[in-house]
Each structure stands twice: as structure tokens, then as C-alpha cells.
Design a protein around this ligand. Structure first.
Ligand code: BDR
Ligand code: CA
Length: 311
């Protein structure tokens, strides 16, 4: 299996991504899970991450806590999307498992230095603060990362927290800039992809038919998360962002995109946090990221449903 570290700010859609990963041990070996401040403060994202581990029957998973706030900006959160705890929508017990003593930044550094170069994939589902701090502290790890697969950014689809910016990048644009400048192979799942992954009534009904406790909880989370999105986007179901990252590792053929230059805007008041995508190669700047644009949405939901049934 491919070795991965998941860095996340759960989040109902982060939780769905974690379920997909936990349900796929043949393809993915999860070395550790890192919590970062994002949708809600770190104390909640760490708690939520542990709740999801326990729900998925993985109380031995290694959870590491990372950055409490963005590199040099005040924290921005998204309770308006995810609820007060970040994981509102389902009744679940408080976790009994603890986070590890080691912090997420040192865990990322140590793991990348210990494992053979080019064998560890980083998956980020939230702001890029933890990875940026690790790169600042240990620049040598950049060349050891097999691939960074991340949910964040947008281009043709616009932004979701400002007209120009997607939430994960907007929250910590300086961190995103460090990561995009680091010469790491990057695959981006932007809003252009995730806005095609709509949790329509039919798709959610199929997850409900699975009938297990994890499937039922996922349906409750999606119902909560959707409330906001349906009003906002006027569609049958809201976009499901973060599981696209894990789905790409399992079935890359579901996605298509283009290797191009992507830069992060960190200055402009109007467009801070924007991913500036050179889709048409109008510059000769380094092609540093594969920017995904299309997805087989039915194939994605079939995969998610089939895997959640294995939990
Ligand atoms: C991203 O922001 C968060 O609210 C979601 O979990 C996802 O990672 C979408 O913009
Ligand atoms: Ca997230």
C-alpha cells in the first residue's frame, strides 16, 4: 500500500475523506493523522479527528496536533458551514483516545526523514500551516515527499470564502505560498472539481442503504453540511470537497487536469488567497502543480459508497 499522512481540520467532509481512507487498507497505509486549525479551532479539529477514528473502529490510529493558528494572520473559521463543533449533525460520544505527545510538525519531519525518499504522500484537507511549518524547520524534507495531494484553491469556479479565494488557501495564504514554492510534486483538487461532487438526494440515499452505523452518521453529517450549501448554490445537494483527495489516490482515472504553474496571492486585499492558475501556459513559470478540472462524479460516489460499506 501507498504510505500517506493525512493533515486535516474536520469538518464533515474531512470526516468523509477519513472514512474513505480508513476503508481502503489494501491501497493506503496511514502513517499518521495531523490536526490543524481551520474550520474550527485546533482543540475541536483534534477532538473531531479522534471521534472519526473511533467511529471507524481505529482507536489505535496515531493523531498529532499541529498549528494553533495561521503563520501570520488572525484565525478565520467556518462555523457557519460546519457548526459550532465543526462536526455538527450527528450525536457521537466524546473520544476516549488521546493525541500523541509529539506535535504534528515534528511528526511530519521525522517520518519523511525516516522513510525512504519518495515513498510518503502527504494529503492535506485543510489550511497548509502544518506542512509549511515543517518545510520552514526542515527544508530537506521537500525532496523526500512523493506527492502532495491537496484540497484547496479554485480557478474557473471562483472562490467560496471571498469571490477570489477558496477557504483552505485563504485562511493561511503565506503557508500555501511556502508549499507551492517548495518544489514538491503537487496535485490540487480545487473547487472546480469539488463543485461537481454534489451530494444529491439519490447519491445520499445510496449511502443510507448501506445501513451501517458509520454510513448512517455520514448521511447525518451530509444533511447538516448541505443545509448551508443548498441555500448558497441552489443545487440538489452541496459539494463534497475533501474526499476527492483520497479518491484520487484510489482511482486517479476519475480525475483529469493539467500540469501548470500555480501561484498564491498573498498581498492584494481584494484577491488574497487566490490560486492564480496558468492554465493556458501564458507564462514560462515553473509548472509546479497538476490542477484538476474534471471528475467522474458518479464514479466518485460509487467508490465512496462501496468503501464506506466496508467500515
Ligand atoms: C474546504 O474548506 C473546508 O470548509 C472544507 O472542509 C474543505 O476542506 C472547502 O473550501
Ligand atoms: Ca477540510
Amino acid at each position: 500500500p501507498r504510505k500517506i499522512i493525512i493533515d486535516t481540520d474536520p469538518g464533515q467532509d474531512d470526516a468523509a475523506a477519513l472514512m474513505l481512507a480508513f476503508a481502503s487498507p489494501e491501497e493506503l497505509e496511514i502513517l499518521g493523522l495531523c490536526a490543524v486549525a481551520g474550520n474550527v479551532p485546533l482543540s475541536f479539529t483534534s477532538r473531531n479527528l479522534r471521534i472519526v477514528c473511533e467511529l471507524c473502529g481505529k482507536p489505535d490510529a496515531k493523531v498529532y496536533e499541529g498549528a494553533l493558528k495561521p503563520l501570520n494572520r488572525p484565525q478565520v473559521t467556518a462555523e457557519h458551514v460546519h457548526g459550532k463543533t465543526g462536526l455538527d449533525g450527528a450525536e457521537l460520544p466524546e473520544p476516549t483516545m488521546q493525541a500523541q505527545e509529539q506535535n504534528a510538525i515534528d511528526f511530519i519531519i521525522e517520518t519523511l526523514r525516516r522513510e525512504p525518499a519518495g515513498t510518503v504522500t502527504i494529503c492535506t484537507l485543510g489550511p497548509l500551516t502544518n506542512l509549511a511549518l515543517a518545510l520552514q524547520k526542515a527544508p530537506d524534507i521537500a525532496s523526500r515527499i512523493q506527492e502532495l495531494v491537496m484540497m484547496g484553491g479554485g480557478c474557473f469556479e471562483g472562490g467560496n470564502i471571498t469571490p477570489a479565494a477558496e477557504f483552505n488557501i485563504y485562511v493561511d495564504p503565506e503557508a500555501a505560498k511556502i508549499v507551492f514554492d517548495a518544489d514538491i510534486p503537487i496535485v490540487i483538487m480545487p473547487l472546480d472539481v469539488t463543485h461537481q461532487l454534489l451530494t444529491t438526494r439519490d447519491r445520499v440515499a445510496k449511502i443510507a442503504e448501506v445501513g451501517t452505523r458509520p454510513a448512517q452518521v455520514l448521511v447525518e453529517w451530509l444533511a447538516f453540511f448541505e443545509r448551508f450549501d443548498i441555500e448558497k448554490y441552489g443545487s440538489d445537494g452541496g459539494p463534497l470537497h475533501d474526499p476527492s483527495v483520497i479518491a484520487y489516490l484510489l482511482k486517479p482515472e476519475l480525475f483529469s487536469g493539467r500540469l501548470c504553474n500555480v501561484e498564491i496571492e498573498v498581498q492584494s486585499e481584494l484577491t488574497v488567497g487566490m490560486t492564480v492558475v496558468d492554465w493556458w501556459h501564458v507564462t514560462d513559470r515553473r509548472r509546479n502543480a497538476t490542477f484538476m478540472r474534471e471528475v467522474d462524479a458518479d464514479g466518485f460516489f460509487a467508490l465512496l459508497t462501496e468503501r464506506v460499506a466496508r467500515l
